[in-house]
Design a protein around this ligand. Structure first.
Ligand code: HEC
Ligand code: HEC
Ligand code: HEC
Ligand code: HEC
Length: 121
């Protein structure tokens, strides 16, 4: 009986710790982000970041981050580091956003994959 209670209390404590961590992390998660570093040809992309961050693992997109609390802007590397795919090209296979964003939309059959679905005037 004592053991059951101990396990129950441990579970409660872990849940409380995770909830507390979730609250602090959530405060730092941007809701809507306008991605607009490169707009030589196409209008900026209004990205519902908060909705995506609720549905998907942070590190699926923030692929170089050690953890979800150490996320950096994609533009820290992309467009700077010659080894990182260039966000200013149109190619579906070379633009990091086309690969990641459009790639997932096509794979899931949800979310925009037409140019004007993301690049809205
Ligand atoms: C799922 C969303 C999405 C779709 C669909 C999409 N793009 Fe993009 N595209 C982006 C994002 C995000 C960027 C980076 C924007 C920035 O940094 O300004 C980008 C960048 C670009 C750029 C380089 C920046 C510029 O304006 O010169 C071009 C060109 C481009 N896209 C063309 C296209 C074309 C053509 C299509 C359709 C075949 C398309 N995109 C479909 C999200 C998308
Ligand atoms: C579907 C892809 C995707 C998911 C999932 C995602 N993010 Fe992002 N996040 C982005 C993009 C794209 C940007 C903005 C582009 C840039 O880096 O400037 C961004 C920007 C951010 C920024 C601002 C970075 C800065 O320095 O400008 C933070 C903080 C952040 N995300 C945290 C998170 C956290 C925490 C999660 C998970 C709970 C998460 N993101 C999930 C794609 C994503
Ligand atoms: C710390 C630097 C850095 C940051 C931050 C970063 N990337 Fe990358 N990314 C790279 C490098 C370098 C590569 C080349 C292949 C590799 O090393 O993984 C790459 C490759 C990619 C690729 C092609 C390979 C693959 O994984 O499919 C995509 C797509 C991509 N990055 C998207 C993003 C997006 C979207 C963000 C922001 C949410 C981001 N990256 C943030 C450095 C970075
Ligand atoms: C892992 C999968 C995944 C990735 C990566 C992803 N998306 Fe999405 N996105 C979705 C899904 C699924 C939906 C549809 C959500 C819905 O209909 O409720 C969506 C919807 C959207 C919408 C439409 C929202 C609306 O209210 O109409 C936009 C715009 C969008 N995504 C932009 C982006 C951009 C820009 C990126 C990259 C920075 C991105 N997405 C990366 C899965 C993804």
């Amino acid at each position: 009986m004592g053991r059951t209670i101990a396990i129950f209390l441990t579970v409660l404590m872990i849940t409380a710790a995770l909830t507390a961590a979730g609250v602090t992390a959530d405060e730092k998660i941007p809701d809507t982000i306008t991605i607009e570093k490169a707009q030589a040809e196409k209008p900026a992309v209004v990205f519902p970041h908060g909705d995506h961050a609720k549905k998907f693992d942070c590190l699926k997109c923030h692929h170089k981050a050690a953890s979800k609390d150490e996320v950096a802007s994609c533009f820290k590397c992309h467009g700077v580091d010659p080894d990182a795919p260039d966000p200013s090209v149109a190619s579906a296979k070379e633009n990091p956003f086309h690969i990641r964003c459009r790639g997932c939309h096509k794979e899931q059959g949800l979310g925009p994959s037409k140019c004007s679905g993301c690049h809205r005037e």
